[in-house]
Write a new protein. Structure first.
Length: 387
């Protein structure tokens, strides 16, 4: 089995388009299916990044599923919290016949995709993202929580398993935040009433649980794992190794596992130091082709910092300032009482930069303040009020 999730097709990275990078990953995925003789591909939610994906994202997903349908593997796909269950699930009953099983309807969680190998039946239960608010009434949930929704889904899974022949092995796909795992900055919050986590004990007794939602590959046990996203979608993921889990399911459950790294179209780097240090350090040459998040520690904010950084690191996307010796958050700001607009603007520039505005900047700020007072729209509002 090849366990993947959180493709987020159509997502951008700080306004940089990712579709071509996502296409590279999907080419890699198909190559792994063939070269490693994969029998079953598990996609645990968030195929798309938005409920209404772009045409290009839909076209890429269509191509991926068509290629998977033509491959040696069967495929089970579930919807995540970013997907529209109705849109992703459209035509799923027809697509089933091609060996791609898309599960987006919560009412079908107890109905598995039935497979078999030389050891007997393998039952694959696809749990889409389960919204507690949508399911509280139809499922008569005791509590408004993700734990209650997933617990009821697993009760239905176990009720079906109890009727199956002895020796049947079970696989569950679930899109949830399981306690004990580390999130990143790029996952959408799924908390309800401040509670989003579910216990890993809900999956006890299942031969393999393929989790989606968190973007870092993690394992809670040999049988409960996150594959993580195939690409980094925030700088908090700079230390992640992206890829998929290759799982061998034997007669008694998981018999072997291997993490298969995905290609890295462009690495991420988080750099910190003064502008001169970042521009002059020869050891940083390895990051000249990376997407860069830079934090400058100059006591005085350098002019044209982003332009100068991009001369060496052309893919710098995020620039932050943390001046050494700067006042701590919460330190009283410069007083503004009795100051005019121009004086307040000058004080703001000096506090932000750590140095006064230049003479030319002062002139521009004065002109801007005067222009804002002379706005024709303001004049119209004022004359209307007087009338």
């Amino acid at each position: 089995m090849l366990h993947t999730s959180d493709w987020h097709l159509g997502r951008s990275f700080h306004r940089e388009g990712m579709l071509e990078h996502q296409r590279v990953f999907l080419d890699h995925l198909l190559d792994v299916v063939e070269t490693r003789e994969v029998d079953l591909v598990l996609v645990s939610g968030d195929v798309y990044d938005r409920a209404l994906p772009s045409v290009d994202a839909v076209r890429l997903a269509d191509d991926a599923f068509a290629r998977l349908a033509a491959s040696r593997a069967r495929v089970v796909v579930t919807s995540g919290n970013h997907d529209s269950a109705l849109r992703l699930g459209f035509g799923s009953r027809l697509i089933d016949a091609a060996g791609v099983h898309i599960r987006t309807d919560a009412s079908t969680v107890g109905t598995p995709v039935e497979l078999a190998d030389e050891h007997g039946p393998v039952l694959v239960y696809g749990l889409p993202y389960l919204d507690p608010d949508a399911l509280r009434v139809p499922w008569d949930l005791e509590r408004r929580s993700h734990e209650a929704a997933v617990a009821e889904a697993m009760r239905r899974v176990r009720a079906d398993l109890a009727q199956r022949p002895d020796g049947s092995r079970s696989v569950v796909l679930a899109h949830a935040f399981v306690a004990g795992c580390a999130p990143s900055d790029s996952e959408r919050d799924i908390s309800v009433g401040g509670v989003s986590m579910v216990s890993s004990s809900l999956f006890d007794g299942i031969d393999y649980t393929a989790l989606g939602h968190l973007h870092g590959a993690q394992q809670l046990s040999a049988t409960v794992r996150y594959s993580g996203s195939p690409l980094a979608y925030s700088f908090s993921e700079a230390g992640h190794v992206k890829g998929s889990w290759l799982i061998e399911l034997g007669s008694a459950g998981v018999s072997d596992s291997e993490f298969v790294p995905a290609p890295v179209p462009r690495p991420l780097a988080r750099l910190r130091g003064s502008l001169d240090e970042l521009l002059g350090d020869p050891d940083l040459s390895v990051h000249e082709g990376s997407w860069v998040q830079a934090t400058l520690t100059d006591a005085v904010r350098p002019l044209r910092a982003m332009d100068r950084l991009r001369e060496r690191f052309p893919h710098t996307l995020v620039l932050a300032f943390a001046p050494e010796g700067a006042p701590l958050p919460g330190t009283p700001r410069l007083p503004t009482a009795g100051l005019g607009d121009h004086e307040i603007a000058l004080a703001f520039v000096e506090e932000l930069r750590g140095a006064p505005a230049t003479a030319d900047e002062s002139v521009l700020l004065r002109e801007a303040c005067e222009a804002s007072r002379d706005d024709p729209a303001d004049a119209l509002v004022s004359s209307g009020a007087d009338a």
